[in-house]
Design a protein around this ligand. Structure first.
Ligand code: NAI
Length: 224
């Protein structure tokens, strides 16, 4: 069966992606800081702190035969100007951007021809009041995806960003240290993690192979 390496599998969007891919018959190696939710215990879990990306090559040493990489791990620490915490900015930069780089760079030679890479971005990438540092880290992902998509095209490996709007996950329900709560999108409901998993599944599936270097926004109208 096909083998996907998925980060952020312990909750929310990453857990939904892992569950969906398992249902489709994929074998999953899941990385996250905390243990995965019950629904995805069939995956092979590797504990990893992605805020320390320099440790990833060692963590990934036993991983081989990769058909897809999905980087869903993330945190949201948001605040308005005057209250920015540079450590929060650094944390998000390391998990969202630097870990993506080390993850894909470490595994690239183990990815099969025709393989797939999906980075979970955010519709906030265009800039949103009160979320500047978070938005900036997510804005870096389309640049990574377009660069890598061009580099990997000769191997028929696709690289895309899936950019959700407000999604019903623990991150959204408990914003933790975020000072700027989300607002309800125009469609009058939140995005469901299963919907983000469905779009990811499409990109990883047989009909997704012609989409590369793109950023697909799924935001219930939040970006309108
Ligand atoms: P969540 O809080 O439910 O899950 C986050 C996942 O990231 C967990 O599996 C956690 O273990 C992992 N993680 C966090 N810090 C880590 C670290 N230092 N090392 C290893 N793993 C770590 O959040 P959610 O909502 O599922 O978010 C997943 C992704 O989707 C994130 O990249 C987030 O920025 C993005 N996103 C979420 C939206 C939302 O409204 N929930 C909207 C747009 C994007």
């Amino acid at each position: 069966s096909r083998h996907a390496v998925v980060t952020g599998v312990s909750s929310g969007i990453g857990a939904a992606i892992a569950a969906r891919l398992l249902d489709e018959g994929w074998r999953i190696t899941g990385l996250s800081r905390t243990a995965p939710a019950h629904a995805v215990t069939r995956l092979h879990w590797i504990p990893a702190d992605l805020s320390r990306p320099e440790g990833l090559p060692e963590v990934l040493a036993p991983v081989s035969g990769v058909d897809a990489i999905v980087h869903a791990a993330g945190v949201q620490r948001s605040a308005r100007l005057g209250e920015l915490d540079p450590e929060d900015g650094s944390l998000m930069w390391r998990i969202h951007v630097q870990a993506a780089g080390v993850l894909v760079d470490t595994l690239v030679d183990r990815v099969a021809d025709g393989g797939r890479v999906v980075l979970v971005g955010s519709r906030t990438m265009t800039g949103v009041p009160g979320k500047s540092q978070y938005a900036a880290t997510k804005a870096a992902l389309p640049a990574l995806a377009r660069s890598w998509a061009a580099e990997l095209a000769p191997r028929a490996v696709t690289v895309n960003v899936v950019a959700p709007g407000p999604t019903d996950t623990p991150m959204l329900r408990d914003p933790g240290r975020s000072r700027t709560p989300p607002v309800m999108p125009p469609l009058g409901r939140l995005v469901r993690a299963e919907e983000v998993a469905g779009l990811t599944s499409f990109l990883l599936g047989p009909e997704g192979g012609a989409v590369t270097g793109q950023t697909l926004v799924m935001c219930a109208g939040a970006s309108l």
